[in-house]
Design a protein around this ligand. Structure first.
Ligand code: FPP
Length: 249
Protein backbone atom coordinates (compact mmCIF):
# COMPACT_ATOMS: atom_id res chain seq x y z
CA UNK A 1 0.00 0.00 0.00
CA UNK A 2 1.15 3.58 -0.61
CA UNK A 3 2.98 4.19 2.64
CA UNK A 4 2.96 8.01 2.34
CA UNK A 5 -0.82 8.29 2.21
CA UNK A 6 -1.23 5.36 4.61
CA UNK A 7 0.86 7.22 7.19
CA UNK A 8 -1.40 10.25 6.86
CA UNK A 9 -4.60 8.20 7.17
CA UNK A 10 -6.43 8.01 10.49
CA UNK A 11 -7.93 4.50 10.69
CA UNK A 12 -10.59 5.81 13.08
CA UNK A 13 -11.89 8.48 10.69
CA UNK A 14 -12.54 6.44 7.57
CA UNK A 15 -15.87 6.80 5.77
CA UNK A 16 -18.34 4.11 6.73
CA UNK A 17 -19.87 4.37 3.27
CA UNK A 18 -17.94 5.38 0.15
CA UNK A 19 -19.81 5.98 -3.11
CA UNK A 20 -18.11 6.40 -6.49
CA UNK A 21 -19.17 7.76 -9.88
CA UNK A 22 -16.64 5.98 -12.10
CA UNK A 23 -16.20 8.32 -15.06
CA UNK A 24 -13.68 8.71 -17.85
CA UNK A 25 -13.33 5.23 -19.30
CA UNK A 26 -14.08 6.48 -22.82
CA UNK A 27 -11.55 9.33 -22.64
CA UNK A 28 -8.92 7.00 -21.18
CA UNK A 29 -9.38 4.70 -24.19
CA UNK A 30 -9.43 7.54 -26.73
CA UNK A 31 -6.11 8.88 -25.41
CA UNK A 32 -4.62 5.47 -26.21
CA UNK A 33 -6.38 5.12 -29.59
CA UNK A 34 -8.36 2.19 -28.17
CA UNK A 35 -12.08 1.57 -28.43
CA UNK A 36 -14.40 2.62 -25.60
CA UNK A 37 -14.96 -0.95 -24.44
CA UNK A 38 -11.22 -1.28 -23.73
CA UNK A 39 -11.67 1.71 -21.43
CA UNK A 40 -14.46 -0.05 -19.55
CA UNK A 41 -12.30 -3.18 -19.28
CA UNK A 42 -9.47 -1.13 -17.78
CA UNK A 43 -12.09 0.45 -15.50
CA UNK A 44 -13.02 -3.01 -14.23
CA UNK A 45 -9.39 -3.41 -13.06
CA UNK A 46 -9.76 -0.22 -11.02
CA UNK A 47 -12.95 -1.65 -9.51
CA UNK A 48 -11.04 -4.78 -8.43
CA UNK A 49 -8.28 -2.74 -6.83
CA UNK A 50 -10.62 -0.30 -5.07
CA UNK A 51 -12.76 -3.17 -3.69
CA UNK A 52 -9.64 -4.90 -2.34
CA UNK A 53 -8.37 -1.68 -0.78
CA UNK A 54 -11.74 -0.89 0.88
CA UNK A 55 -11.81 -4.41 2.30
CA UNK A 56 -8.29 -4.01 3.73
CA UNK A 57 -9.11 -0.63 5.25
CA UNK A 58 -12.32 -1.90 6.86
CA UNK A 59 -14.74 0.38 5.01
CA UNK A 60 -18.24 -1.06 5.50
CA UNK A 61 -20.03 0.01 2.29
CA UNK A 62 -18.80 0.74 -1.23
CA UNK A 63 -21.44 1.82 -3.75
CA UNK A 64 -20.41 1.91 -7.41
CA UNK A 65 -22.38 3.61 -10.19
CA UNK A 66 -21.85 0.97 -12.85
CA UNK A 67 -24.85 1.46 -15.19
CA UNK A 68 -27.32 4.32 -15.01
CA UNK A 69 -30.82 4.47 -16.46
CA UNK A 70 -29.43 7.12 -18.84
CA UNK A 71 -26.68 4.77 -20.08
CA UNK A 72 -29.27 2.95 -22.23
CA UNK A 73 -29.02 5.90 -24.64
CA UNK A 74 -25.46 4.91 -25.63
CA UNK A 75 -24.87 2.99 -28.90
CA UNK A 76 -26.26 -0.55 -28.63
CA UNK A 77 -22.81 -2.09 -29.18
CA UNK A 78 -21.44 -0.27 -26.13
CA UNK A 79 -24.52 -1.05 -24.00
CA UNK A 80 -24.25 -4.75 -24.87
CA UNK A 81 -20.51 -4.79 -24.22
CA UNK A 82 -21.02 -3.12 -20.82
CA UNK A 83 -23.58 -5.71 -19.72
CA UNK A 84 -21.34 -8.53 -20.96
CA UNK A 85 -18.45 -7.05 -18.98
CA UNK A 86 -20.58 -6.66 -15.85
CA UNK A 87 -21.79 -10.25 -16.08
CA UNK A 88 -18.23 -11.52 -16.58
CA UNK A 89 -17.00 -9.38 -13.68
CA UNK A 90 -19.66 -10.64 -11.26
CA UNK A 91 -18.97 -14.24 -12.28
CA UNK A 92 -15.18 -14.01 -12.08
CA UNK A 93 -15.10 -12.04 -8.81
CA UNK A 94 -17.50 -14.29 -6.91
CA UNK A 95 -14.86 -16.74 -5.56
CA UNK A 96 -12.79 -13.82 -4.28
CA UNK A 97 -15.84 -12.16 -2.72
CA UNK A 98 -16.63 -15.40 -0.90
CA UNK A 99 -13.01 -15.84 0.14
CA UNK A 100 -12.86 -12.31 1.58
CA UNK A 101 -16.38 -12.43 3.06
CA UNK A 102 -17.56 -9.52 0.91
CA UNK A 103 -21.27 -9.09 0.37
CA UNK A 104 -22.68 -8.02 -3.00
CA UNK A 105 -25.88 -6.02 -3.20
CA UNK A 106 -27.82 -4.33 -5.97
CA UNK A 107 -29.33 -0.87 -6.13
CA UNK A 108 -31.53 -0.14 -9.11
CA UNK A 109 -34.47 -1.16 -11.22
CA UNK A 110 -34.52 -4.91 -11.90
CA UNK A 111 -36.80 -4.22 -14.89
CA UNK A 112 -34.66 -4.04 -18.01
CA UNK A 113 -31.51 -5.74 -16.73
CA UNK A 114 -30.66 -8.50 -19.25
CA UNK A 115 -31.90 -11.86 -17.92
CA UNK A 116 -28.49 -13.57 -17.95
CA UNK A 117 -26.91 -10.68 -16.00
CA UNK A 118 -29.79 -10.75 -13.52
CA UNK A 119 -29.29 -14.47 -12.93
CA UNK A 120 -25.57 -13.97 -12.30
CA UNK A 121 -26.25 -11.00 -10.03
CA UNK A 122 -28.90 -12.85 -8.01
CA UNK A 123 -26.59 -15.80 -7.56
CA UNK A 124 -23.79 -13.52 -6.25
CA UNK A 125 -26.22 -11.66 -3.98
CA UNK A 126 -27.60 -14.89 -2.51
CA UNK A 127 -24.21 -16.57 -2.05
CA UNK A 128 -22.72 -13.55 -0.26
CA UNK A 129 -25.82 -12.48 1.71
CA UNK A 130 -24.45 -13.53 5.09
CA UNK A 131 -21.09 -11.71 4.79
CA UNK A 132 -20.39 -8.54 6.73
CA UNK A 133 -16.80 -7.49 6.00
CA UNK A 134 -17.60 -5.10 3.17
CA UNK A 135 -20.78 -4.59 1.22
CA UNK A 136 -20.20 -3.82 -2.47
CA UNK A 137 -23.39 -2.23 -3.72
CA UNK A 138 -23.60 -2.22 -7.51
CA UNK A 139 -25.85 0.51 -8.86
CA UNK A 140 -27.12 -1.11 -12.04
CA UNK A 141 -29.97 0.32 -14.10
CA UNK A 142 -30.04 2.95 -11.36
CA UNK A 143 -31.52 6.47 -11.40
CA UNK A 144 -31.93 8.66 -8.31
CA UNK A 145 -35.20 10.28 -9.36
CA UNK A 146 -36.62 6.91 -10.35
CA UNK A 147 -35.66 5.54 -6.91
CA UNK A 148 -37.47 8.38 -5.11
CA UNK A 149 -40.60 8.14 -7.30
CA UNK A 150 -40.68 4.36 -6.80
CA UNK A 151 -40.37 4.86 -3.03
CA UNK A 152 -43.23 7.40 -3.09
CA UNK A 153 -45.40 5.00 -5.10
CA UNK A 154 -44.68 2.15 -2.68
CA UNK A 155 -45.52 4.42 0.26
CA UNK A 156 -48.79 5.41 -1.45
CA UNK A 157 -49.64 1.73 -1.91
CA UNK A 158 -48.99 1.05 1.78
CA UNK A 159 -51.08 4.08 2.69
CA UNK A 160 -54.02 2.90 0.57
CA UNK A 161 -53.76 -0.57 2.13
CA UNK A 162 -53.68 0.86 5.67
CA UNK A 163 -50.09 -0.32 6.28
CA UNK A 164 -48.67 3.22 6.58
CA UNK A 165 -49.77 6.55 7.99
CA UNK A 166 -49.05 10.11 6.85
CA UNK A 167 -48.56 11.18 10.48
CA UNK A 168 -45.66 8.79 10.85
CA UNK A 169 -43.98 9.85 7.59
CA UNK A 170 -40.51 11.25 8.33
CA UNK A 171 -37.24 11.24 6.37
CA UNK A 172 -36.26 8.15 8.38
CA UNK A 173 -39.47 6.18 7.70
CA UNK A 174 -39.40 7.25 4.03
CA UNK A 175 -35.81 5.98 3.68
CA UNK A 176 -37.11 2.47 4.29
CA UNK A 177 -38.82 2.64 0.88
CA UNK A 178 -35.55 3.25 -0.99
CA UNK A 179 -33.68 0.38 -2.67
CA UNK A 180 -31.51 -0.31 0.36
CA UNK A 181 -32.93 1.70 3.22
CA UNK A 182 -30.73 -0.07 5.76
CA UNK A 183 -27.46 1.19 4.24
CA UNK A 184 -26.20 4.38 5.94
CA UNK A 185 -25.93 7.47 3.73
CA UNK A 186 -22.56 7.87 1.98
CA UNK A 187 -19.96 9.83 3.95
CA UNK A 188 -17.88 10.44 0.85
CA UNK A 189 -18.69 10.56 -2.86
CA UNK A 190 -15.84 10.42 -5.36
CA UNK A 191 -16.31 11.37 -9.00
CA UNK A 192 -13.44 10.88 -11.39
CA UNK A 193 -12.56 12.51 -14.74
CA UNK A 194 -13.02 16.17 -13.87
CA UNK A 195 -16.81 16.30 -14.23
CA UNK A 196 -18.40 18.18 -11.31
CA UNK A 197 -21.97 16.92 -11.09
CA UNK A 198 -23.84 14.06 -9.48
CA UNK A 199 -25.73 12.80 -12.55
CA UNK A 200 -28.87 11.44 -10.86
CA UNK A 201 -26.86 9.33 -8.40
CA UNK A 202 -28.17 8.74 -4.85
CA UNK A 203 -30.08 12.04 -4.85
CA UNK A 204 -31.76 11.37 -1.50
CA UNK A 205 -28.75 9.82 0.23
CA UNK A 206 -26.16 12.48 -0.70
CA UNK A 207 -27.79 15.24 1.39
CA UNK A 208 -24.78 15.60 3.76
CA UNK A 209 -22.14 13.68 1.84
CA UNK A 210 -18.66 15.13 1.31
CA UNK A 211 -17.85 15.26 -2.40
CA UNK A 212 -14.38 14.76 -3.90
CA UNK A 213 -13.88 15.55 -7.56
CA UNK A 214 -10.65 14.50 -9.24
CA UNK A 215 -9.36 14.90 -12.80
CA UNK A 216 -8.02 11.34 -12.75
CA UNK A 217 -9.81 9.13 -15.29
CA UNK A 218 -11.43 6.07 -13.72
CA UNK A 219 -9.05 3.45 -15.23
CA UNK A 220 -6.16 5.41 -13.67
CA UNK A 221 -7.89 5.60 -10.28
CA UNK A 222 -6.15 2.97 -8.21
CA UNK A 223 -5.04 2.41 -4.61
CA UNK A 224 -2.87 5.53 -4.43
CA UNK A 225 -5.61 7.79 -5.77
CA UNK A 226 -8.14 6.27 -3.36
CA UNK A 227 -5.83 6.86 -0.40
CA UNK A 228 -5.31 10.49 -1.50
CA UNK A 229 -9.10 10.97 -1.62
CA UNK A 230 -9.47 9.48 1.86
CA UNK A 231 -6.74 11.75 3.26
CA UNK A 232 -8.54 14.74 1.73
CA UNK A 233 -11.84 13.57 3.27
CA UNK A 234 -10.25 13.30 6.71
CA UNK A 235 -9.28 16.96 6.49
CA UNK A 236 -12.91 18.04 6.11
CA UNK A 237 -15.07 19.26 8.95
CA UNK A 238 -18.54 17.71 8.76
CA UNK A 239 -21.01 20.06 10.39
CA UNK A 240 -24.42 18.68 9.38
CA UNK A 241 -25.89 22.20 9.67
CA UNK A 242 -24.29 22.96 13.05
CA UNK A 243 -21.57 25.53 13.80
CA UNK A 244 -17.89 24.69 13.79
CA UNK A 245 -17.74 25.20 17.57
CA UNK A 246 -20.61 22.77 18.14
CA UNK A 247 -19.04 19.91 16.19
CA UNK A 248 -15.63 20.43 17.84
CA UNK A 249 -17.08 20.09 21.34
C1 FPP B 1 -18.24 6.12 -17.39
O1 FPP B 1 -17.19 6.34 -18.30
C2 FPP B 1 -18.38 4.76 -17.01
C3 FPP B 1 -19.49 3.99 -17.21
C4 FPP B 1 -20.69 4.48 -17.89
C5 FPP B 1 -19.59 2.63 -16.79
C6 FPP B 1 -18.88 2.23 -15.54
C7 FPP B 1 -18.40 0.88 -15.77
C8 FPP B 1 -17.21 0.41 -15.44
C9 FPP B 1 -16.21 1.13 -14.65
C10 FPP B 1 -16.88 -0.93 -15.96
C11 FPP B 1 -16.71 -1.96 -14.94
C12 FPP B 1 -17.62 -1.88 -13.79
C13 FPP B 1 -17.74 -2.89 -12.91
C14 FPP B 1 -18.60 -2.78 -11.72
C15 FPP B 1 -17.01 -4.12 -13.15
P1 FPP B 1 -17.56 6.95 -19.69
O2 FPP B 1 -17.75 5.85 -20.66
O3 FPP B 1 -18.74 7.86 -19.57
O4 FPP B 1 -16.28 7.78 -20.02
P2 FPP B 1 -16.19 9.11 -20.89
O5 FPP B 1 -16.99 10.16 -20.16
O6 FPP B 1 -14.73 9.40 -20.88
O7 FPP B 1 -16.72 8.79 -22.25
Amino acid sequence: MNSGAMDRLDPHKLPRHLAIIMDGNGRWARKRLLNRVSGHEAGAESVREVVRCCRELGIAHLTLYAFSKENWQRPATEVNALWRLLKRFIHSELPDLIDKQIRMRHLGDPEGIPADVWTELQSAIERTASFDQLSVNLALNYGGRHEIVRAAANFARDLAAGRASVDRLTPETFSAYLYAGDIPDPDLLIRTSGECRISNFLLWQLAYTEIYFTDTLWPDFRRRQLLDALVDYQGRERRFGKTSEQVQD
